[in-house]
Design a protein around this ligand. Structure first.
Ligand SMILES: [Zn+2]
Length: 83
């Protein structure tokens, strides 16, 4: 299971570790990706529901496994509004 996080909280964390990225752009991408997940978008590789955070960061519709290559998402975040 993912760890739920709000968009604002995730942006704060991500910008802290990636200071060169733009917080407003990231927030817009996350909002868009969360909407995609709510609207039932599927991973373009395997057909699982998209991972909103990963989709926002990599820029294509993907699930956790296809984006990260890992099966265990227990320590990774997902936007709380899409649970
Ligand atoms: Zn996938």
């Amino acid at each position: 299971m993912f760890v739920p996080i709000s968009i604002d909280e995730f942006v704060k964390k991500h910008i802290k570790t990636n200071p060169s990225e733009n917080a407003a752009d990231l927030k817009a991408s996350l909002t868009e990706a969360a909407d995609k997940k709510k609207n039932g978008f599927k991973c373009s590789q395997c057909g699982q529901p998209v991972w909103a955070i990963g989709t926002a960061i990599v820029g294509w519709n993907g699930c956790f496994t296809c984006i990260t290559g890992e099966a265990d998402c227990s320590e990774d975040y997902e936007i709380d509004s899409v649970f």
